[in-house]
Design a protein. Structure first.
Length: 67
């Protein structure tokens, strides 16, 4: 059996944001499906990028204001 990803309670949200960031950033998002199956995606689109930036800077001891 292969290695398992063991998450702490509450860690699934940052993981979901990281996955969403990568999908949005690298471009394989299925735009047709997203338009048909979601609401408010345009508002969400930049959120994973801002969250990733916040955690990157927070880990260096810096807090980033909303841009």
């Amino acid at each position: 059996m292969g290695p398992e990803l063991k998450l702490e309670v509450g860690a699934d949200i940052p993981l979901a944001h990281a996955i969403a960031r990568e999908i949005i950033h690298s471009g394989p998002a299925n735009e047709t499906f997203i338009e048909r199956a979601t609401e408010g995606f345009a508002d969400f689109g930049g959120f994973p990028l801002r969250i990733a930036e916040f955690f990157r800077d927070e880990s260096r001891g810096q807090c980033v204001q909303n841009r």
